[in-house]
Design a protein around this ligand. Structure first.
Ligand code: PEP
Length: 249
């Protein structure tokens, strides 16, 4: 089964208005040949989602958000809803990133509710899972990833409404990456679990790898079986670095 890969950039809490220059450079470099082989997306901070979506209206670069509240509206000071991001022009929302799970105490149940809120607006949920260093050292990687998938991915997940990102917490922003064999083992496990849960939809769902992806390791990591693209943090901030990763395709 052929799955079109997705390379998505997560800018986290980085980027001011002037960073639109990087978006423009990415759009210019993401030519039709590349766009035929791979999809791409930038998830800037919430302050830039609307402006970036306007800028890319005629480009193949999609815009996503990094988190949303699970309610549509209401008394939630400082929060933003999936409806607001849809209105601003986003096509996807990252939910359950390990930084949200750790810094904001987000449980699997909350992540699942956020994914459902994302779908309710017709957007794609990019649901993140991944083990900590301690869990890896205890040999619990598959157990943790399996329980995050079971707890965070709602019933009704399809290849069209959901992307899974496997991001080992210890690999995020550290320059460390798992071996290709380790990535293959986790992605094969996720494929099996998702296929058991969602049938053909699970078999064709995009499974991204994330954690210290850069141009120099992208060919190897993107070439691993069941890796259908990447979620990229630091190396997505500069168009030249990000295009270097996209060039793996
Ligand atoms: C991330 O946090 O989603 C990520 C993958 O970060 P980095 O690429 O910087 O490790």
């Amino acid at each position: 089964m052929s799955i079109k890969p997705l390379v998505a950039g997560n800018w986290k809490m980085n980027g001011l208005k002037a960073a639109v220059a990087e978006l423009e450079a990415l759009s210019a470099g993401f030519d039709a040949d590349l766009a035929a082989k791979v999809d791409t997306m930038i998830c800037p901070p919430a302050t830039l989602v609307g402006a970036f979506a306007d800028k890319t209206a005629n480009s193949a670069v999609a815009i996503g958000a990094q988190d949303c509240h699970f309610n549509v509206s209401g008394a939630h000071t400082g929060d933003l809803s999936a409806e607001m991001f849809a209105d601003a022009g986003a096509s996807a929302i990252i939910v359950g990133h390990s930084e949200r799970r750790a810094d904001h105490g987000e449980s699997n149940e909350i992540v699942k509710a956020k994914a459902e809120a994302t779908w309710a607006q017709g957007l794609v949920a990019i649901i993140c899972v991944g083990e900590t260093e301690g869990e890896r050292k205890s040999g619990d990687t598959l157990k943790v990833v399996g329980s995050q998938l079971a707890g965070s991915v709602p019933a009704g997940a399809t290849a069209a409404n959901t992307v899974i990102a496997y991001e080992p917490v210890w690999a995020i922003g550290t320059g460390l990456t798992p071996t290709a064999d380790d990535v293959a083992a986790v992605h094969a496990f996720m494929r099996d679990e998702l296929t058991k849960a969602f049938g053909d939809e699970g078999a064709s769902m995009r499974l991204l790898y994330g954690g210290s992806v850069k141009a120099s390791n992208a060919v190897e990591l993107m070439g691993v079986a069941n890796v259908d693209g990447a979620l990229v943090g630091g190396a997505s901030l500069k168009a030249a670095d990000f295009l270097g990763i996209l060039a793996a395709y």
